[in-house]
Design a binder for this molecule. Structure first.
Ligand code: MG
Ligand code: ZN
Length: 221
């Protein structure tokens, strides 16, 4: 084994250990956590904005937002009704890692939270390689990105527990073949639970929210 490969493996090993610590901390506090991943502009923040008001009367929701710069997304989450929102600026790093989530958790009172949505940095490559300690991973795809994305970014589609297909309101205007897209997903992640929806019109969002609620209830049992 080359020295370089062993260095990379050590970094990943350290990240995984820390991810386990994060998971233990979330479990102890009874906080169900979801890692939201997507390319920039797919609609992670818009999905959070649609999700928060639908759950506000039954769950206490917090958001941790990872971005290279600014606190725009955490501000949007707070405005949408999150009981707490934390912005992590990665300073150039194109994904969140377990250390960053650990720091984010340190800024929250976990005893006051039922559900934590973690918005990863917009990127279809390396967020899939860094476990955070969250309970579920969700990929937010969107119609304008094109129907070839599962074929081009297989690693991202392989590891996730659910898939949101956002911006379905644009389907009449964009040559996006849903069958072709879904076939690509099926090869990588057979039977993946999928939510076509539009954060703009709200169509399909309730099914996604029901999936979240179901997961939180199973977790709390
Ligand atoms: Mg965002
Ligand atoms: Zn990265």
């Amino acid at each position: 084994m080359s020295e370089r490969i062993s260095v990379v493996e050590n970094i990943m090993g350290a990240n995984d250990r820390l991810a386990e610590d994060n998971r233990a901390r979330l479990d102890a506090a009874g906080v169900f956590a979801v890692n939201l991943m997507a390319s920039p502009g797919a609609g992670k923040t818009s999905l959070i904005e649609q999700t928060l008001p639908r759950l506000a009367d039954q769950l206490r929701l917090a958001v941790i937002d990872g971005d290279i710069a600014t606190s725009i997304d955490a501000d949007r989450a707070a405005a949408a009704g999150a009981v707490a929102s934390v912005q992590i600026n990665t300073g150039g790093q194109c994904h969140l890692d377990a250390v960053m989530l650990q720091q984010g958790l340190g800024q929250l009172d976990l005893s006051q939270i039922d559900l934590l949505l973690v918005e990863n940095v917009g990127n279809l490559v390396c967020p899939a390689d860094f476990r955070l300690g969250t309970h579920k991973s969700v990929l937010v795809a969107s119609v304008p990105e094109g129907d070839d994305k599962p074929y081009k970014y297989p690693g991202m589609y392989r590891g996730v527990d659910a898939l949101v297909i956002n911006k379905t309101d644009l389907l009449p205007y964009i040559p996006f073949k849903m069958d072709y897209f879904r076939r690509g997903v099926e090869v990588l992640n057979a039977g993946l639970v999928t939510f076509p929806l539009s954060c703009k019109t709200g169509e399909g969002v309730d099914a996604w929210v029901a999936w979240i609620v179901e997961n939180v209830q199973t977790f709390k049992r």
